[in-house]
Design a protein around this ligand. Structure first.
Ligand code: NAD
Length: 289
């Protein structure tokens, strides 16, 4: 049996970062300064610390300035909002990212809405969500943007495809659906209350799974030849008591049915930070002109 193509997210993310580095060099020649990304981390969440570290490292690697703001978990909402106000005003800060989740005493929506939409490189501000929904530019969230690049690496024109997005979160599922609609796909958004999910998935030429349930999507659900983009990341017990990472899709089964599949890890994951850097460059270009 022929096996699906493995979509190499790591290699594609490398090429996105190379393009960003070239864009940064051109920006520097034209504008003098370099784009800057400010990352705000509140508290000591170990996973968040790793993400922030990776973002800072890759920001510097593409030639941009990285500003890290680490605040105590007990910081007040007012103090955080004050910092965001300062970052909004700084000319050397092109993009602002507040690492989520935030501690419970802070209203995350209020914090996101305090970020200048022109600097909202996570694409979570309602103004950017609205611009993506109306197809009028804006900064799109990084993970769905990465998924789109991966799907287009297999099939550059997605027009007319039946796309099923599983998951309707504000950071992945909903913006993913909007981006696919902007590509002229026929989009279905499935979620926890969807009836007969296997039958919904069966009609998809393109499946984007963003649920967070290990190997939920089985090979038998897929239409032969479908393109499968797996956003999910779950840690499950592996051989010799060691944890292994799996996605929302039963990978080996999907490889037997689909035409192309993203692996976990090494698929969507590396694209998210690459697209964050791309958004930071885009934001700097828009502000610099
Ligand atoms: P979320 O928990 O906010 O949303 C999950 C969505 O799945 C919900 O909309 C829910 O309706 C839907 N859902 C839950 N159970 C379902 C079921 N049985 N059938 C159909 N739909 C169901 O999660 P999220 O933030 O959108 O993230 C989803 C997954 O993607 C997680 O595993 C997360 O770790 C991963 N993720 C990965 C990256 C990356 O860079 N690779 C980025 C963001 C999220």
């Amino acid at each position: 049996m022929t096996q699906a193509k493995i979509i190499d997210g790591k290699a594609i993310a490398d090429s996105v970062r190379r393009e960003v580095a070239e864009g940064v060099a051109a920006f520097k020649r034209q504008q003098g300064g370099v784009p800057g990304l400010a990352v705000v981390l509140v508290g000591e969440d170990p996973a968040s610390k790793v993400y922030v570290g990776t973002k800072a490292k890759q920001t510097i690697e593409v030639g941009m300035a990285s500003f890290e703001h680490k605040l105590e978990a007990t910081v007040g909402e007012a103090e955080l909002l004050k910092l965001i106000g300062e970052l909004n005003r700084r000319r050397d800060v092109s993009g602002i990212l507040v690492q989520l989740p935030l501690p419970k005493h802070i209203d995350a929506a209020k914090v996101i809405e305090a970020i200048d939409p022109a600097k909202d490189v996570d694409g979570f501000h309602p103004i950017n969500a609205g611009r993506i929904a109306t197809g009028s530019g804006g900064l799109a969230p990084c993970t769905p943007t990465g998924c789109l690049i991966l799907a287009k690496s297999v099939q550059p024109k997605l027009e007319g495809l039946d796309a099923v997005v599983i998951g309707r979160s504000n950071i992945v599922g909903k913006p993913m659906a909007q981006l696919l609609l902007n590509e002229n796909c026929t989009v279905t958004v499935a979620h926890s209350r969807t009836r007969d999910l296997p039958a919904v998935v069966k009609r998809a030429d393109l499946v984007i799974a963003a649920v967070g349930r290990a190997e939920m999507v089985r090979g038998s659900w897929l239409k032969p030849g479908a393109i499968v983009i797996d956003v999910g990341i779950q840690r499950v017990p592996g051989a010799a008591g060691k944890a292994r990472l799996v996605g929302d899709v039963a990978y080996q089964e999907a490889m037997e049915v689909a035409s192309a599949v993203t692996p976990v890890p090494g698929g969507v994951g590396p694209m998210t930070v690459a697209c964050l850097l791309q958004n930071t460059l885009k934001a700097a270009q828009a502000q610099g002109g």
